[in-house]
Write a new protein. Structure first.
Length: 94
C-alpha cells in the first residue's frame, strides 16, 4: 500500500477528526497518549497536511525525538520539511 493511501485512511478516521477539532482554537496544546509504535507520526503528518502553519512537537528525550523526526521526514515526503532541534544546553549534574 502506498503512503498516500495510508495517510488518506488516517485523514478519514474518527480519531483524526477528534484531534482536528481540538486543534481549531489558536495556541492550543494537544497531548496524545497511549499510541503504539509510529502511530503518533501518522497522526502528526495528517495534521500537518490538513492544518497548515507551524506545529511544535516535544518529546521526552533525544532518542524518541529522533525517531519521530525520521518518521515525519519519511512520511511527509516533499509536502513539508520537519526541523530537529536537539537540546542545546548541558546539565552540569545528573
Amino acid at each position: 500500500m502506498e503512503i498516500e493511501k495510508i495517510l488518506l485512511s488516517y485523514q478519514n478516521c474518527a480519531k483524526n477528526n477528534e484531534i482536528s477539532k481540538a486543534l481549531e482554537p489558536d495556541s492550543v496544546r494537544v497531548y496524545l497518549k497511549g499510541l503504539a509504535s509510529g502511530l503518533l507520526s501518522f497522526y502528526q503528518v495528517v495534521q500537518l497536511i490538513q492544518n497548515k502553519g507551524s506545529h511544535l512537537v516535544i518529546m521526552a528525550d533525544k532518542e524518541k525525538a529522533a525517531y519521530v523526526f525520521n518518521d515525519l521526514k519519511a512520511l511527509g515526503g516533499k509536502t513539508f520539511g520537519p526541523l530537529f532541534f536537539p537540546e542545546s544546553y548541558k546539565v552540569p549534574y545528573h
